[in-house]
Design a protein around this ligand. Structure first.
Ligand SMILES: C[S@@+](CC[C@H](N)C(=O)[O-])C[C@H]1O[C@@H](n2cnc3c(N)ncnc32)[C@H](O)[C@@H]1O
Length: 164
């Protein structure tokens, strides 16, 4: 359903990208060698301690923006620890006081680059029960395919992390 606040998207790609199979195969068959950034490693290590100590389900809200969805997911899954991840401190800082923790669930917001964070989570054997990626396509042009997660080099790790 369209949100009244969303801007409309114009695109020159009206069907599946013609090179999608080729791009995904290339990423599945090659090693993603980008070094892990120190700030994401530090952020991951902090949240990993909490994840390892937590006995219930782990839920990821990747690209959580201001974290509104993270707070709502925590309410929807009160037995889980929901982890909202976004690279933008500007967006995370906007997380309004009304979204803050209450008795209806628990969540953590993390500033990190998902190109690194997902690989670290996979190595640490995280097994999220759910993985949410609310990502209205900000790169609608056909030539931007590799800026969308299914066309990115890190895509195999999203799949390997599993979850619905
Ligand atoms: C289109 S917005 C969607 C935000 C939110 N999920 C929503 O539905 O309103 C995309 C978000 O992805 C974040 N993002 C983009 N690339 C990222 C990356 N490599 N690592 C972490 N966050 C990233 C941006 O900072 C932005 O907040």
């Amino acid at each position: 359903m369209a949100d009244a606040n969303s801007r409309s998207i114009t695109t020159n790609q009206t069907e599946l990208h013609e090179k999608l199979d080729e791009i995904v195969q290339k990423h599945l068959n090659s090693e993603f060698k980008k070094p892990i950034a120190a700030h994401t490693l530090k952020a991951f290590n902090e949240v990993n301690e909490k994840v390892q100590a937590f006995a219930g389900p782990i839920i990821l809200d990747s690209c959580c923006g201001v974290g509104e969805s993270t707070a709502n997911l925590a309410k929807r899954h009160p037995d889980a620890l929901v982890i909202g991840i976004d690279k933008s401190s500007h967006r995370l800082d906007k997380h309004d006081v009304e979204y803050k923790q209450n008795e209806h669930g628990q969540y953590i917001l993390v500033q990190a680059d998902l190109n690194d964070f997902w690989r670290l989570a996979y190595e640490a054997k995280w097994q999220p029960t759910h993985h949410y990626l609310f990502y209205p396509n900000p790169w609608p042009k056909s030539k931007h395919i590799q800026r969308r997660w299914h066309g990115a080099a890190v895509f195999p790790f999203i799949v390997k992390l599993g979850a619905a």
